[in-house]
Structure formats: C-alpha cells, structure tokens
Design a protein around this ligand. Structure first.
Ligand code: SF4
Length: 482
C-alpha cells in the first residue's frame, strides 16, 4: 500500500485542523467528532491528548480520524474533561508518527500539549539557535520549536507560551492543553482561522464552525487576530499580548480551504463562493449553453456564476467520493486512468453543448488538462474554463502545501499560454479586485490589503526569514509544517 495523492495532485492543500474542549465528560469523543468534521484540513494523521487534571493521555495515528478514533477502546482510554486534537497533512518527506500532533512535553509547571495550524517562517533559524543551545528535537515539525522556546521562558504556562510566540514569525493558530486549562491563540495577522463555541457549559476552540455543528455546539465568536484565550473552570478569559497589526486573513480559506458550511471571518463560506462566481460571470462570461462545476470545490462558485450569467447549471462532471487517499499502488495503466477514477463526464449534460467549466484554482494544471479532455470526449463543442481565484503565481509559506513556484502553471505561462496548456477555447480568472468585491470591499487597497493574498500578488505579510521567495520554502527540506 502507498499513502499518496495520485489522483488529486493539482490542488493546494490545507495542512491542519484544530479542536480543543474544556469541561465535558465526553471530551475525547467530542474531539474525535470535531476532528472528523475538520478532515478536509488534513487527512494523513490525527492525534488527541486529554487530561483528567492529574495525568495526560494520548493517541496518535496515521490515517483518517474515522479509521483510528471510532473505537470505544481508544476513546475510553482518553480519560478526562479536557481534550485537544489535531489533523494534519504533511508537506514533505515521510510522514512519521513522531511528527503527529498534538506534541506533548513536560515542563516545570507540569505537562503541556500543543497543536498548530500554520507555518513559522523563521523556523529554521530558531531551530539552529535552539540546537546550538543544546535542545534535542524529537520531531521535524516547526511546532516543536514553540515547546523548546517555552522551556526556556519564565512564569506559568500562559506567560511561557506568550514569551515563546514573541520569538516566532509566520502564521499560527494554536490549541494547547495544560492540566487545568485549554489555550487557543491566533497570530497577530490572523492568517489561519480559530473560533470559540459552547456546549452544555463546556467551552470549545476550533478551526472552523463546522466542527461545532457536528457536536451541536453553539458558535460564540472568532478568536481575534493576536488574541490568546484561556478556557478554564471560570469560563473564557481573553488576552491581547501582541502588538496590534493589520489583519491579513488567508483569502484562500474563503475560496477553497474552509468547508462551505463554515462561517469564517464573519462570512458564510458558501455565500462568499457564490459571490465570487457572480463576479467572475460579470467579468468574463462568454456565450455558453451550460455552466458546469468541477466538483466538489467548484460547485458554489459555479452556482453563483450560472445565476448571474442566466445560463443553466448542470452537473456535467460527476465525482466518485469513494476514491480513498490511500490506494493500492496502481500499474502505469491504472495510474494513467487517475483522473477518471475520481471524475467522470456526464455525457447527457455535455454532448453538443458550449460548456463553461468553473473551478476554484489552477495549480500545476495537470488535472484541469485531463478534465478538459474528458469533457471534450463527452461531446462538448466548446470548453471555456473560468476560475474563481486569480492566477496562483506564488508559493504559500503560511501553512498551505504549495509546489515550488517554478511548477505553478501561472508562473510558467500567461493566461493565453495556460489556456493552450490545458486545452480550452478560453480561460479567465476572477480579478483580484473582483475577489475583494465579492468579500464586500470596493477592491484591493494595495497600501492596506485586508487579506493575505500573497499567492496571487507576492505581497507576503511577514518576513520570509527562512523561505526563498521564488522557490519552495527552504525549511521544508528540513522541517515539516503543521
Ligand atoms: Fe492563503 Fe495564499 Fe496567503 Fe498562503 S499565501 S496564507 S494560501 S492567501
């Protein structure tokens, strides 16, 4: 067996999802359910750490949540009313169990486990400094740097975590568990999401609201950029220990990463995607008979596009949801079929039609090319591709798995060249201003952009101390990101 992504190698991937709960008798079971709802944020490994106030209990495993945390034996062993959990997708190298989070460490004040969504852009520098001071690293994740910085800091767990985070650059949303509290933190730019919820007197901190929905919890509010929240016996405590900065939430969360049924940044993700589709239609519609989404991620934008363009929406491509991410090593012939294992053309809605195909992004272009071929073979007379994001011209250094910049199709070609590569009659992307308009803003203010949009603009909101702009994040050769 191999664990790989042979049939979906053309999507950016979110790398982590977080869940933490304070004060529930079924803390572990609720955490497992929360992680299940966040499975789209990372499918390769999952972990849960709980505490009963005296001892810590943990279970980490490779694979998906449902395969590893559904058993009563596992959940019963994870005792206690406090729990945190993490799902991850690793970016480079072998995915190994010692990198699976939450990462636990013993401190003078007691045990503490931490889970991280994001990527520290000065991780390599910090790691070298820490190793020079004698720190022994157990994992190759950038997250462990926070543990070592905490060990050298002073005060209680909150003081130490705060002191450690003053050293790091980049993007992080974190959940942590100590014996008597759950901690949630969002970096000062607020690049990755983090929300608060409540269930029967228990308090929750998690990446997306869909993880609250699955356990019937109430959404309270977002953790603010730069805010540290402590959930304990007295409720929720809020701290703002970092200098205030202009928010730069990852706009790709709204385009693709977050689940469409989530609310992030005060925005219903599904509605935002429909609005982007409508903008796209206003900017670049061409005569067509049907609007067809590339499922599943292209569906909301295609609905918005079709409504705006007044062209029938059709499911012209059907996705097989039962293609696992783990697949028996195929022969070359089977591997070549790749895209057809996941997508199939629905001839009845394509034959003889001028098709507008809507997708959320083009990364390498390999999957798009195969889907276009499939749609043409099904009898489409014209294929026009419309993309609900601007061209992805730059790599992400903030926790999204992106190929080296040189491998991005939009880095290699202009739009006409990309259209030729994927074999369409026309290709258009939503403009960066159109994207901002869909978010309710007049357009992108280049002096003060509201979002991180660096993979479209190259305008990175933090220093890239250890990352090579124009290439892959250099630390990824040594470190795995969370
Ligand atoms: Fe999101 Fe792109 Fe910024 Fe990465 S570079 S955080 S994917 S907007």
């Amino acid at each position: 067996m191999i664990t790989t992504h042979p049939f979906d190698d053309d999507k950016l991937r979110e790398e982590c999802g977080l869940f933490g709960i304070y004060g529930h008798p079924d803390a572990a079971a609720h955490t497992a359910l929360g992680l299940h709802a966040l499975q789209h944020r990372g499918q390769e490994a999952a972990g849960i750490v709980t505490t009963d106030g005296v001892h810590f209990h943990s279970h980490h495993s490779m694979g998906q949540v449902g395969d590893n945390f559904a058993s009563e034996a596992v959940i019963n062993r994870l005792r206690g009313r406090l729990a945190i959990g993490h799902v991850r997708y690793s970016t480079t190298g072998e995915t190994i169990l010692r990198n699976v989070q939450p990462l636990y460490a013993d401190f003078e004040f007691g045990g503490f486990a931490i889970g991280h969504n994001g990527n520290l852009t000065n991780a390599l520098t910090l790691r070298k400094e820490l190793v020079a001071k004698g720190c022994l690293f157990q994992s190759t994740t950038d997250t462990e740097i926070i543990n070592h910085l905490m060990a050298m800091a002073h005060g209680d767990v909150v003081d130490r975590l705060t002191e450690a985070l003053h050293e790091v650059e980049g993007a992080y949303s974190l959940v942590g568990v100590a014996r008597d509290k759950i901690i949630g933190v969002r970096d000062p730019l607020g690049v990755r999401p983090l929300v608060l919820g409540r269930l029967e007197g228990a308090h929750i901190v998690t990446s997306e609201t869909c993880a609250l929905d699955i356990i019937g919890a109430q959404f309270l509010r977002e953790v603010e950029p730069g805010e540290l929240v402590v959930l304990d016996a007295a409720g929720i405590h809020s701290f703002h220990p970092f200098p205030k900065m202009r928010q730069r939430f990852c706009i790709f969360e709204l385009i693709y990463f977050a689940r469409p049924d989530s609310i992030v940044e005060g925005t219903a993700v599904y509605q935002a995607r429909k609005r982007i589709g409508a903008e796209l239609a206003r900017e670049s519609h061409c005569p067509a008979d049907v609007v067809v989404p590339v499922p599943d991620s292209g569906v909301p934008a295609a609905i918005g596009y079709a409504a705006e363009a007044k062209v029938p929406f059709e499911l012209g491509i059907i996705r097989n949801h039962y293609v696992g991410r783990t697949f028996i090593e195929p022969t070359d012939h089977i591997r070549h079929l790749g895209v057809r294992l996941k997508h199939n053309a629905n001839i009845s809605s394509l034959k003889g039609k001028r098709v507008v195909m809507v997708d959320d992004s083009i990364v390498r272009g390999t999957t798009s090319k195969k889907i276009v071929e499939m749609v043409r073979r099904a009898g489409a007379t014209e294929v026009h591709m419309r993309i609900s994001s601007p061209p992805t011209t730059h790599s992400c250094f903030y926790g999204i798995d992106t190929p080296e910049r040189q491998k991005l199709l939009a880095y290699q070609y202009d739009v006409a060249g990309m259209a030729k590569f994927i074999g369409v009659d026309s290709l258009a992307f939503v403009s960066i201003d159109g994207l901002y308009r869909a978010m309710g803003l007049p357009g992108r203010d280049p002096r003060a952009p509201r979002f991180c949009d660096a993979c479209f603009t190259g305008d990175y909101p933090t220093p890239l101390t250890d990352s090579a702009e124009g290439g892959a994040p250099t630390q990824l050769s040594l470190l795995e990101t969370a």
